[in-house]
Write a protein that binds this ligand. Structure first.
Ligand code: FMN
Length: 169
């Protein structure tokens, strides 16, 4: 597998911790992690495999640093031919109507840029009313719920990273 860049935005540290767990589950030597606050366009373009992660804030709004990164940097990057996987953190019990919307917002913003999205995830086992992150009958990335117990997040990350090992470049 080629090197992987994980780019995350996190306000209270949850998404950062998940990024570290994802790295540990893939092949740590192959994975670099970046806080999007400090990322330049070259940092992204050097990877053929990219994992993006953002929490959802407001009511269905991207984490502030990630929003700036998406619209000021990522939208202008040459992403043609790259494989992209997305994960999002959220809270389905307090925000069931906008659960992990970040994944869908990122997905839609990057459509038409010539990327291949990988890492769809089934909705089975999640409890929520509505999410912008479902296309067809699947999440277009991996949602992780603050309210889920640690075991559930752990299992979901394990399943998702196994998928990525097949689907990334
Ligand atoms: C004010 C506020 C608004 C939030 N809005 C949403 C939301 O609309 N949807 C959702 O799934 N989670 C929502 N959350 C939950 C956060 O996304 C969740 O706590 C996440 O783990 C934070 O990650 P971070 O520390 O990496 O930013 C909200 C949390 C707060 C405090």
């Amino acid at each position: 597998m080629k090197p992987i860049g994980i780019f995350y935005g996190s306000s209270t540290g949850n998404t950062k911790t998940i990024a570290e767990n994802i790295k540990a589950n893939i092949e740590p030597m192959l994975v670099d992690i970046y806080d999007v606050k400090y990322v330049k366009i070259n940092d992204i373009e050097m990877y053929d495999n990219i994992i993006l992660g953002s929490s959802t804030w407001g009511k269905g709004i991207l984490q502030a640093d990630f929003e700036r990164f998406l619209y000021d940097i990522l939208k202008f990057a040459n992403l043609k031919g790259k494989k992209i996987a997305i994960f999002g953190t959220g809270d389905s019990s307090i925000y069931p109507d906008s659960f992990a919307d970040s994944i869908g917002i990122i997905f839609e913003a990057l459509e038409g840029k010539g990327v291949t999205f990988v890492g769809e995830f089934p909705t089975k086992g999640y409890k929520f009313d509505s999410s912008l992150s479902i296309f067809g009958d699947k999440f277009v990335g991996l949602p992780l719920d603050d309210d889920s117990d640690e075991q559930q997040n752990k299992l979901r990350i394990t399943l998702w990273t196994e998928l990525l090992k097949f689907d990334l470049n």
